[in-house]
Design a protein around this ligand. Structure first.
Ligand SMILES: [Zn+2]
Length: 341
């Protein structure tokens, strides 16, 4: 996956990026964070001020901490009353993101994750690449684009597109590109680019199952939109539900204690595959942001795009199904040369 880093001016001021030097800040200050801290939290999408008593407490999954050298342990999930988006307060640094996604679901990733979450086996990992799963996901994408009149696509870029296996064929002369952290061999007919600047404007950008991973979802969209006519976004549907236990510092401390022992942690872990978990212990793993239709509508409003959005069901590697949001952002301003900011 590829995550675009933004100029500092676009980084949200309240996002706490954790790094090697912030151990004290994360382990002590976060624990003793006064409620006044939350008063200055604002939504990552629409900038609405966050209501302090809507904040849920969570821990950062130990396999993420081990794999990506994340020193912080505690985090909070806040939900926006305006756009319904959910956001973890801790985001990962560029270095940590690269460590996490460079060899995404590779040997080291699988080993470390399996140590903490026994269900994450090699078989489960390989199921992500099964032909039927890929074909289904691809057809869900194709049907949505067709339904919404996306045709005449002669150039398409899949950002965070793995091997390019999800890109529809369109026409025989459609140029197909992928940007991704990994450097694995791409499927036939797809070319790798290392940066957006290598390409002229393309007809379609696919941004599927990436937005929930990034530190600055709005900033990333603002980076991508001027470079395309259509931006297709797919994300898991839903925001973790609030509960008394999830708001409790005691629950958070129990989760923190469990997160020191692989066997204990594994007992409370199960596949989520993009579904919003019902477990009372809230964990921050790869997903930092959560969306409903309303969140995407707000994103379209903020980016001055026309939006087509719907929910759909896709198969998951554990043999179940997950609900996803499919969204098409139709760029109205970028085509006239208007500069965002
Ligand atoms: Zn919001």
């Amino acid at each position: 996956m590829q995550f675009y880093l933004l100029p500092k001016c676009r980084q949200e001021p309240h996002a706490r990026v954790i790094n090697k030097n912030s151990w004290f800040r994360q382990t002590n200050l976060a624990f003793h964070m006064p409620m006044g801290y939350f008063n200055c939290m604002r939504c990552r999408i629409c900038s609405t001020e966050i209501v302090p008593n809507e904040v849920l407490r969570a821990v950062i999954s130990p396999w993420i901490r081990e794999l990506s050298n994340v020193k912080g342990r505690l985090t909070n999930l806040y939900t926006c009353s305006n756009c319904e988006g959910g956001f973890f307060s801790v985001v990962y640094s560029e270095e940590q993101m690269e460590t996490l996604y460079r060899d995404y679901r590779g040997v080291q990733y699988t080993q470390i994750r399996n140590k903490w979450e026994k269900w994450y086996s090699l078989n489960y990992n390989q199921a992500h690449e099964s032909e039927s799963l890929v074909a289904k996901r691809k057809s869900v994408l194709e049907e949505f684009l067709e339904l919404n009149g996306v045709n005449e696509v002669y150039s398409v870029l899949d950002v965070g597109g793995d091997l390019g296996q999800y890109i529809p064929l369109f026409y025989s002369n459609t140029r197909r590109y992928v940007i991704d952290y990994s450097d694995r061999k791409l499927v036939k007919g797809v070319d790798r680019v290392s940066s957006l600047d290598e390409l002229q404007k393309v007809d379609l950008i696919i941004y599927a199952h990436v937005l929930e991973h990034v530190a600055n979802p709005l900033g990333n969209l603002l980076d991508l939109l001027p470079r395309t006519r259509y931006l297709y976004v797919e994300v898991p549907f839903g925001v973790p539900n609030p509960s008394v236990l999830r708001k409790s510092r005691v629950t958070q401390m129990i989760a923190l204690a469990l997160s020191y022992w692989p066997k204990a942690w594994s007992q409370f872990s199960k596949p989520s595959a993009g579904r919003v978990q019902a477990a009372q212990i809230l964990r921050q793993s790869e997903h930092l942001n959560f969306f409903t239709e309303r969140t995407l509508m707000e994103l379209a409003k903020v980016t001055s795009c026309e939006l087509k959005v719907s929910t759909n069901r896709i198969p998951t590697p554990d043999g179940s199904v997950a609900t996803v949001l499919q969204a098409l952002f139709i760029n109205k301003i970028g085509s006239t040369g208007h500069q965002y900011e």
